[in-house]
Design a protein around this ligand. Structure first.
Ligand SMILES: [Zn+2]
Length: 524
């Protein structure tokens, strides 16, 4: 079976999408998830362009990935200089990535109007940059920027650019449709013409400006490319990059090409949701293969037919990609997902167990209200344990009050007053904070610290708020996602409400309870 290599650039090209901003921790979480699904290459950023990306690489250098290789991104050296003295290239070496993708110009228009240098100097830049990095022991992939436009304008010269990179030792040549405007037939033609000239791996990198990025990537593979670059959910600048989610599904299911295992393919839906949560982007219900509506049947005639034989209105079995069929008149979701997650938590559940049905109903109900447990594993674990009666409360809330005060020309202050019952004892505390949530967090921890001293070892590391129904304005529901960590772990929790304080409180309580539960298990 032909093997196609997948190259994810969500963390670099995808982060250019409007509304997306990743912290180094966000990037690490996404990278670990991509590793789990079996992505071959993960491009984490441009270490020469910002310190956040460098921080990511230095942190990742201490972690081990099971199936992915980390790649750093950078550009060819500046005109009329030396690669060995280029700061951008020095940063790539410092990042400790063993593979580097270098992008360079191939379009004469860009070389003359943007770089303002000669065509020969550009070839020299490619050669010098690639061979310098290789001399330091790094493997180099070469991204030929604007290749399709360049080949259209000046076929000889653009070909010369990629051949120069190949001769200098690049391990892969990637043809980029940077402006995203090339038609599919054109992509096929150009790849077929270039393919015989390239002895190394030939890759494709498409943008979606003409709405064709997925189609173009698939066409490029059919014409001979063996590496596909793209982003999860198609995030990226302007209209986005090629969406790896449908690309993976199409390569596997429609073309029978090997890229990830059948087992990992079942995680596709999960990965799509996970990345949309961390990216703080709305998941698209109509996203092919993985969207909530991708296998949702509404019309009476359709439902009737699907009940008789799903093939009548479904192009694949949703289970293959970890999605499930929904009948919009009566929600019949699959129990399999719940069973898999229960097994991960070593909880005993079987398909026939009435408790499974109960948990399923509970989760469906919560998801209907706007909860999404894909990126809130800790809340999910608590929910399962509570439903299975494997959980004992650590404290009980009697009530809280949050006071926000603002006097003209004075700073705004926030204070939280909280009443709890812990181990039969009533606690009444107050604390201030930077904003109401922080005050609430401080008051909760202050009330509990004498009973549970390990709470001083945890802190909140991230706080995300998403508005669930923008049309409803300020009365809309919000979903709060909190990330917490202690010396050894990081975990995420969720809360949903029309009131942001209430949503945050739910996520805060889950976060503290998860920590206490975790410590208790470790003690035992
Ligand atoms: Zn790009």
């Amino acid at each position: 079976m032909v093997k196609i290599e997948l190259y994810d650039t969500t963390l670099r090209d995808g982060s250019q999408g409007e509304g997306i901003s990743y912290s180094a921790t966000d990037k690490i979480r996404i990278a670990q998830e991509l590793d789990k699904i079996g992505m071959h290459y993960i491009e984490g950023g441009w270490p020469g362009s910002n310190p956040k990306d460098m921080e990511f690489y230095l942190k990742m250098a201490k972690k081990s990935l099971k199936s992915s290789q980390l790649v750093a991104f950078g550009s060819t050296r500046r005109p009329n200089s030396r690669a060995s003295e280029d700061n951008n290239l020095k940063a790539l070496i410092k990042s400790q990535a063993k593979i580097v993708t270098i992008f360079g110009k191939t379009w004469d228009l860009h070389i003359k109007d943007v770089l303002k240098t000669t065509l020969d100097q550009n070839l020299e830049m490619i050669k010098d940059t690639v061979s310098f990095l290789i001399s330091t022991g790094i493997s180099v992939f070469y991204d030929a920027e604007h290749f399709f436009d360049a080949y259209n304008a000046n076929p000889q010269y653009s070909l010369k650019c990629v051949l120069t990179a190949q001769e200098a030792g690049a391990k892969a040549i990637i043809l980029c449709d940077t402006n995203g405007g090339t038609l599919t037939s054109e992509v096929s033609r150009v790849v077929r013409e270039i393919r015989p000239r390239i002895d190394v791996i030939l890759g494709i990198h498409c943008h979606n400006d003409a709405g064709l990025a997925v189609a173009n990537s698939i066409a490029a593979v059919q014409a001979g490319c063996a590496m596909v670059q793209g982003t999860i959910n198609g995030y990226g600048e302007r209209c986005g990059n090629a969406d790896l989610i449908p690309i993976i599904a199409n390569l596997k299911i429609k073309l029978g090409l090997d890229c990830i295992s059948d087992e990992k393919l079942k995680d596709l839906t999960h990965v799509s949701y996970f990345v949309s949560e961390i990216s703080n982007m709305k998941e698209r219900n109509d996203q092919p293969y993985v969207g909530q509506s991708a296998f949702a049947h509404k019309g009476g005639v359709h439902i009737n037919a699907v009940m008789k034989n799903p093939k009548t209105y479904e192009h694949i079995d949703p289970v293959l990609v970890g999605n499930y069929r929904r009948m919009l008149v009566s929600e019949l979701a699959g129990k399999t997902g719940i069973l898999i997650r229960a097994k991960d938590l070593s909880l005993d559940l079987s398909k026939e167990d009435p408790k499974t049905k109960k948990i399923l109903n509970l989760i469906q109900n919560l998801e209907h209200q706007g909860y999404h447990f894909e990126a809130a594993e800790a809340s999910f674990e608590l929910l399962m344990k509570k439903a299975l009666k494997k959980y004992k409360k650590f404290f009980e809330l009697e009530g809280f009050r949050v006071v926000i005060e603002k006097h003209s020309d004075k700073k705004i202050t926030s204070e939280a007053i909280i009443k709890l019952k812990v181990k039969g004892i009533k606690e009444h505390t107050a604390a201030e904070g930077d904003g109401p949530i922080n005050a609430l967090d401080n008051a909760l921890r202050k009330a509990l610290k004498d009973f549970y001293p390990t709470l001083s070892k945890m802190h909140l590391s991230d706080f995300k708020v998403k508005i669930l129904d923008e049309k409803a304005g300020t009365a809309a529901k919000v979903r709060v996602l909190i990330q917490s960590q202690d010396e050894s772990d990081a975990w995420s929790t969720i809360g949903v409400s029309e009131n942001i304080i209430e949503a945050s409180w739910q996520a805060l309580v889950d976060s503290v309870e998860y920590k206490l539960l975790k410590d208790k298990v470790n003690e035992a």
